[in-house]
Design a protein around this ligand. Structure first.
Ligand code: F6R
Length: 366
C-alpha cells in the first residue's frame, strides 16, 4: 500500500499536493473574500467577544499551534497563547467564558490533550478541536470540530497532517478575522487566491527532491543541526528540527533566529549545519544579518529561500528554492522541503523511517 514509495513517510509527503486541497475544499469563496466553516457553531456575539485563544497541543501539533498564534493575532486580532497540553493540565491557567480553546491533535487520542480539554469544561467557554481522525475521542470532548481531511497517516512522523493543520488554522484565522471585521475582504481574497495555488506550489517543491536528497546526504554525518527562522518561519524551523530528530536521531534544535546571540551561537563550530528559512517577508533583512552572524562562526548555511532570490546566494552555502507565494503561506512550502530533507537524511543513515525507535504514532498514555 506504499504505492511504489520506499516508505509511508515519502508517500505521505508526496500526497500533500492533494491533501492540502482536501483540507480547504468547498470552504473558500474567493469572490467575497470569505472562508465558510459551517462546522463552527459560534454565534457572531461569541466571536466578537473572544478575548483570547488558548491553543493546546503536543509535539508537531504544538508547532502548528504556535503557527496558529501568529495567524490569529495577525489576521483576526485575537491574543493567542500556546500551551503544551502536559503543562496546561497542571498549571493554573487564567481563563474565562470568553477564552476560546483550540485543541490540535492529529490522532484525536493524545492523552494529555484530552485531559487538558476536559479541564477546560469548568470555564463554560467554547472549544474547537482540529483533528484528522473522524470520530476520535477529541471530537466528543470539544463543542466544535474542524477536520483536516488529510487521509490516514501511517508513518509515525507527522507530515501531511501537519501541513493540513496549518491550512485548517489559515481557514480559522481568515474566518474569524472576517467575522470580527478585522481582516479586510481584499486581504482575505489575496490569501484565498494563494491558498488555492498552494497544491501546485507543493508539486514544485517535490520536483526538487533529487537536489534536496543530494544536500541531505552531504551533511548527514553531522552530529548537530540548527534550524532558524523568524515570524511564521520560526514554528516551521521548530517543526523541521523535530522531524530531523525523530527519524534520523541527529541532535537538532530550532530557534527564533533573533535568539541565537543570546546563547546558542556558542554551540556553533566550523562546519555545523544551520538551516535558515529565509523566504521574503517582514524579517528578510534581519534573517540575512543572522546568516552573516552564523557564517562568521564557521557554520555551513543551508538556506530555504524564494526561487529567484538573487541575493541569498551571496550569504548561504547552498540554497533550496521554494516557489514564491504570499509570505503568510510560504512556511507550508518550506515545511515540505524540510520534510524531504529530514527523510533523505534518515535514509542516508539507514534509519527505520516509518517506525522510529522509542516513538508511537499516538500517545495514549501520559
Ligand atoms: C511528530 C509527532 C508527534 C505528535 C504528537 C501529538 O512527528 O508525530 O510529535 O505530533 O505526539 O500527536 P497528536 O497530533 O496525534 O495529538
Amino acid at each position: 500500500e506504499k504505492s511504489g514509495y520506499a516508505h509511508f513517510m515519502l508517500k505521505e509527503i508526496h500526497e500533500q499536493t492533494r491533501s492540502l486541497q482536501k483540507t480547504f475544499a468547498g470552504k473558500l469563496s474567493e469572490l467575497e473574500g470569505n472562508v465558510q466553516l459551517p462546522e463552527l457553531k459560534l454565534t457572531d456575539e461569541q466571536i466578537r467577544n473572544i478575548g483570547r485563544v488558548e491553543m493546546i497541543a503536543c509535539g508537531t501539533s504544538w508547532n502548528a499551534g504556535l503557527f496558529g498564534k501568529y495567524l490569529l493575532e495577525g489576521l483576526a486580532g485575537i491574543h493567542t497563547d500556546v500551551s503544551a497540553a502536559s503543562e496546561f493540565r497542571y498549571r493554573d491557567p487564567v481563563m474565562d467564558c470568553n477564552t476560546l480553546t483550540i485543541a490540535i491533535t492529529q490522532s484525536g487520542e493524545t492523552a494529555d490533550t484530552l485531559a487538558a480539554i476536559r479541564n477546560v469544561a469548568q470555564y463554560e467557554s467554547s472549544t474547537i478541536a482540529i483533528t484528522n481522525v473522524v470520530g476520535s475521542t477529541i471530537t466528543r470532548e470539544a463543542d466544535n470540530v474542524v477536520y483536516t481531511h488529510a487521509g490516514p497517516e501511517i508513518g509515525v512522523a507527522a507530515t501531511k497532517t501537519f501541513t493540513a493543520q496549518l491550512i485548517a488554522l489559515y481557514l480559522l484565522a481568515v474566518h474569524l478575522g472576517r467575522r470580527r471585521n478585522y481582516l479586510l475582504p481584499d486581504e482575505a481574497k489575496a490569501i484565498i487566491k494563494n491558498l488555492k495555488e498552494l497544491p501546485g506550489n507543493v508539486q514544485q517543491v517535490l520536483n526538487q527532491r533529487d537536489i534536496i536528497r543530494k544536500y541531505a546526504a552531504r551533511y548527514a554525518a553531522n552530529r548537530d543541526y540548527y534550524f532558524i527562522g523568524r515570524g511564521l518561519n520560526y514554528p516551521a524551523a521548530l517543526e523541521a528540527a523535530l522531524k530531523l530528530k525523530e527519524i534520523s536521531y541527529i541532535h537538532a534544535e530550532g530557534y527564533a533566529a533573533g535568539e541565537l546571540k543570546h546563547g546558542p551561537l556558542a554551540l556553533l563550530e566550523n562546519g555545523t549545519p544551520v538551516v535558515a528559512i529565509v523566504t521574503k517577508g517582514r524579517t528578510y533583512e534581519k534573517m540575512l544579518s543572522n546568516i552573516k552572524e552564523v557564517k562568521a562562526r564557521g557554520a555551513e548555511v543551508i538556506a530555504v529561500a524564494d526561487a529567484g532570490d538573487r541575493e541569498i546566494g551571496k550569504y548561504a552555502d547552498i540554497v533550496i528554492p521554494v516557489p514564491v507565494t504570499n509570505p503568510l503561506l510560504s512556511p507550508v512550502l518550506s515545511s515540505v522541503a524540510l520534510q524531504l530533507f529530514a527523510y533523505y537524511t534518515a535514509l542516508e543513515k539507514g534509519c527505520e523511517i516509518d517506525k522510529p525507535r522509542n516513538l508511537a504514532k499516538s500517545v495514549t498514555v501520559e
